[in-house]
Design a protein around this ligand. Structure first.
Ligand code: 13P
Ligand code: 13P
Ligand code: MG
Ligand code: MG
Ligand code: MG
Length: 381
């Protein structure tokens, strides 16, 4: 049976501040999806929470970009916004950037990750969900899961993975994407996806047969809204086992925390801390950024699960390391490189502050000009 797994997420109000979702909002969303399952529009549905964001996990047969499914998410988020407004929760309707639904939530604020596939005899999938960060947070782990044999042993051991994987990389500034096949184009891939402020991995396919392996939400709120309106807080779906990385190979990158952009006011670099559902409540300096992993087995489209995959003492060390990185970065206070570089801060409210000072700058030196290049100059790297 061909199944579509759609994960659509949004922050429509924080409880308290930007730290969590109020139970009444969640119940409202659950009522909507339960009703849609009953009506037959969805095979099954579930909700996940990470920080102040809620994700709708939906299975169905309408394919990706379905108006029915996007409409359900829109309705659920609108109703939850009403609850958030009534309770005066923080940033009620924060990620709802448009007032009228026109068939697809992409470009309207919510983040979307969807994939359609023939359900295998056993179909384990993992949904990752992060708060206080941006879609490029997935670049490093996706590289390690699908292109680094030192992390994913299956790339060497499983013949179905020997042909490698193709990554679709989105240039979030231009909206253009490029497909790069690994291992052949590994270095080109890394050249792009290491530039996390610009490039984000959108999809990964298995080269052996073109099967979809992973898909991520790449919507960037600041680029849609033209100003800072909160962080994107992305989701990602990864298929596991039998020709795909094993569950443990998919989780392994998260055992060694790395630094992502987001955290306080979306303006700071910080470690991505893998946590159980229970601890997906970022409060220290509104963070540090969190990620949860929800594992499901699909059975004729039914969502068997979730299993809370980071609820394992084997990730305690990663959490501890994340705390140490957090302390080191916090020592920098408002100074870079804890604070994001100036180009990134342009999408925050900082330009307003700079505008106030514009008139007060005066010249003390002639502006610096670049030195002329001579023809004999050697390359220096
Ligand atoms: P089990 O013997 O526990 O099923 O483990 C199989 C395996 O391949 C784990 O990576
Ligand atoms: P959210 O995108 O999670 O709402 O975070 C916004 C923020 O500014 C946190 O400090
Ligand atoms: Mg928020
Ligand atoms: Mg959030
Ligand atoms: Mg957000």
């Amino acid at each position: 049976m061909r199944i579509t797994l759609s994960v659509i997420k949004a922050d429509v109000g924080g409880y308290v501040g930007h730290s969590s979702v109020h139970p009444d909002m969640l119940e409202t969303i659950r009522e909507v999806i339960r009703e849609e399952v009953k009506k037959g529009n969805l095979i099954d549905a579930d909700t996940l929470v990470c920080g102040d964001d809620t994700a709708l996990v939906m299975t169905h047969t309408h394919g990706v970009d379905s108006e029915i499914v996007h409409g359900i998410a829109w309705k659920a988020f609108e109703k939850a916004t009403q609850v958030a407004k009534k309770l005066k929760l923080y940033g009620a309707g924060q990620d709802i950037l448009s007032t009228a639904f026109s068939g697809n939530v992409k470009g309207m604020g919510p983040g979307v990750a969807e994939m359609e596939f023939e359900e295998r005899p056993s179909e384990p999938v993992i949904i990752f969900f992060a708060d206080k960060t941006s879609p490029s947070a997935w670049n490093l782990p996706l590289y390690e899961m699908f292109a680094d044999p030192m992390v994913c042993a299956g790339l060497v051991i499983d013949p179905k993975m020997h042909d490698g994987f193709t990554f679709e990389v989105l240039d979030t500034y231009t909206g253009k994407a490029v497909k790069l096949s690994t291992p052949a184009e590994l270095y080109e891939l890394l050249a792009l996806i290491g530039a996390v402020e610009r490039y984000a991995v959108r999809n990964v396919w298995r080269n052996h047969d073109g099967e979809i392996a992973a898909t991520a939400s790449t919507q960037r709120l600041s680029l849609i809204a033209g100003k800072y309106v909160g962080k994107d807080d992305p989701v990602m779906i990864v298929r596991a086992q039998a020709g795909f990385p094993a569950v443990g190979e998919i989780l392994e990158p998260f055992a060694r925390p790395w630094i992502v952009e987001g955290w306080m006011r979306g303006s700071h670099n910080g470690p991505l801390m893998p946590v159980s559902f229970r601890y997906a409540t970022p409060t220290r300096f509104d963070g540090p950024p969190r990620v949860i992993a929800a594992g499901y087995q699909l059975a004729e489209g039914k969502l068997i699960g979730p299993r809370d995959l980071f609820d394992d003492p084997a990730f305690d060390k990663a959490r501890e390391q994340a705390q140490i990185i957090a302390d080191i970065l916090r020592r920098q206070g408002i100074f870079e490189p804890h604070r994001l570089p100036s180009e990134e801060m342009e999408y925050t409210t900082l330009p307003k502050i700079l505008k106030k000072l514009e008139e007060r700058f005066y010249e003390v030196e002639a502006p610096k000009k670049p030195v002329e290049e001579t023809s004999e100059k050697h390359d220096v790297d």
